[in-house]
Write a protein that binds this ligand. Sequence first.
Ligand code: ZN
Length: 302
Amino acid sequence: MKNKGLIWLGVLFGLCLLTGCGWETAVVPPPPLPTLVPTGLPAATSTLPPPSVAGATPIAQQPANTPAPTATPTATATPTITPSPTPTATPIGPCDERLPRDDLFTIVTQTYGLSRDYAPQDLVLLTDYLPVNVTLGYPTEIRQIAIGPLVQMMADMQNSGLEPFIISGYRSYAAQAISWDKWNREEPERAAILSARPGHSEHQLGTTVDFGSPELAEIVGIADIEFHTYFYQTSEGIWLAENAHRYGFTLSYPRGAQELTGFFYEPWHFRYVGQEMATFLHESGTYLTEYQLINQPEPCIP
Ligand SMILES: [Zn+2]
């Protein structure tokens, strides 16, 4: 019996060597971080109060603290109208009240996209606010609402001896179309997970930033590498994973998020959602899209 068990173990081990046991060896190293399960995680968010961000439309509200506005009685309704029979239904405004210019929580995935006409109205140039060793001199833009926290975060990182820089910020629908074409030309088999179709990038929101680290090239072994999963091993990546929420930035695509978001793990890609929401997501071990798709009705597409 013992020998049989050993033989089976040997066979399994051999199969693992041959197949890699399902690891995406080229892109994703084994996860030392807590793994997120995209589905079946409703409990993670149910015990915490929903964050409410000033100035944002109440897209992320939970029913526990907010009465359902849909129960408004009409003139002929009796005063003893019963509450909504579906306690899990989230109060949510009509679609035209949830246009992305008005909130920080617009869902953008490979499924839910932005219109080609959407562009934020309060973009500012990073070069007007940040030193050249952070902006690299590029004319990158983000929304005004996120610039203060971003500047503070970069300053705190530099004061900690880190050397973060910013590779990408706002990207227009047209610019995303060009980027999408480029990825499809250069790496057609990976384009769908490394890039987004126009309208399906969070960068079009103007609140999303891709960070870089001077350590990445050495870790990966490619001199001019910009994006790689190994960013999570850099000093800057480690710091951002632990601290970005304190400035209102959240990791959009953690490990295991591709089922819901359509995007692979992107440890460099952070989105500004405000300190309250970012901290809520960080502490509850979830991410924005997962939180929204579990707690909200099907999003409308502006
Ligand atoms: Zn990005």
